[in-house]
Design a protein around this ligand. Structure first.
Ligand code: DAH
Length: 344
């Protein structure tokens, strides 16, 4: 018995295990129901009491040593497995999250909206698929006007007195506003428009416009001129000057096209302004009495002005991008030129 105890004690102190499984096997071998130490205790029980004194304490010490060793091995292996494998470096910077950037047309649209909001204008929107009446009829286009031709307009349905079509301008929204809003009216209508054009550097079948409409008593051409001048100065800087050229639109009388002085050559003449020193920015005029009456507004009491501008055109002047196609190709190299991140 004495020898056996000494032998097992040596075994316990030399015990080495690599895995949790090996520790468990060692525990069963020594301390399990049929384990070597358990068996020694069984033998010990058979001993006469005078011999028990001889081995009792040594046997207990062996059991305690074995149990302690097993615990020690368990915890050291446990902590090794936890720390095994690649460690997380909590000081590493996070994975960057690409937010993208706003499209140049969206940036200009927002600028125009913010600017007119400051002047007290509301924002109104209308449908992109419109009917002939709102795009042409109510705006005083004669029945045989070329804009009503398939060559210029994308029709959605034909063979109907009021066919559906993709709106060719946002002036259609001014009709909807006049039909539904209380007077006085002060709105801008940003939106997407469609024309059956061959795509080139200067023309596209999809583009964006902002329509403006102001109707009240005693509105005059002087108010129109002042509104456009204020817009040009806010958009192109305090030195911006405007020039109004007589023009024609069916829905305004008189009508005008507006140029702003070329901010690239400062009016001296360059290839962007084709040597003239001026760049066209919008069309405008006093709302034709026929248009007011078509929407049920008394043209003897009320008058108003309207204007319409192309957002791609304004963006081209702002950033000197002279090919319209860039705005629709979604090339990230182009888009990332304008803003590095969006505001969230
Ligand atoms: N609707 C015109 C266009 O698409 C732009 C325009 C010109 C709008 C004169 C107006 C205006 O309201 O008065 O070319």
């Amino acid at each position: 018995m004495k020898e056996k105890i000494a032998q097992l004690l040596a075994q316990v102190s030399d015990l080495k295990c690599k895995t949790a499984k090996e520790v468990e096997e060692a525990r069963v071998r020594l301390l399990g129901k049929k384990g070597e130490i358990t068996r020694l205790f069984e033998e010990f029980r058979e001993y006469p009491s005078e011999r028990k004194k001889e081995f009792g304490r040594a046997l207990n010490e062996l059991k305690q040593a074995a149990a302690a060793k097993i615990e020690e091995l368990k915890s050291s292996i446990g902590s090794e497995t936890e720390s095994a494998g690649p460690k997380e470096d909590l000081s590493m910077p996070g994975t960057p999250f690409e937010l993208g950037s706003r499209h140049p047309v969206s940036i200009v649209r927002q600028e125009v909206v913010d600017l007119f909001r400051k002047f007290g204008y509301d924002v109104a929107e209308g449908p992109e698929i419109e009917d002939d009446y709102h795009v042409f009829g109510a705006l005083n286009f004669p029945l045989n006007h070329p804009a009503r031709d398939m060559q210029d307009t994308f029709f959605v349905s034909t063979g109907h007195p009021n066919p559906l079509l993709l709106r060719t301008h946002t002036s259609s929204v001014q009709v909807r506003v006049m039909e539904s809003m209380k007077l006085p009216i002060r709105v801008i209508c940003p939106g997407r428009v469609f024309r059956n054009e061959a795509i080139s550097a200067r023309a596209h079948c999809i583009f964006h416009q902002v329509e403006g409409l102001y109707i009240d008593e005693h509105v005059t051409f002087a108010d129109l001129k002042q509104a456009i001048l204020l817009f040009a100065r806010e958009m192109f800087g305090p030195d911006a000057a405007i020039r109004m050229r007589p023009s024609f639109f069916p829905f305004t009388e008189p009508s005008s096209e507006v140029d702003v002085n070329c901010n690239i050559c400062k009016g001296k003449g360059c290839n962007v302004c084709k040597g003239t020193g001026w760049l066209e920015i919008l069309g405008c005029g006093m709302v034709d009495p026929n248009v007011l009456e078509a929407s049920g507004i008394d043209s003897k009491k009320y008058s108003g002005f309207a204007f319409g501008m192309g957002l791609e055109r304004i963006a081209m002047l702002k950033w000197q991008v002279n090919d319209l196609r860039h705005y629709f190709e979604n090339d990230l190299r182009f888009l990332s030129e304008f803003e590095t991140s969006i505001e969230v």
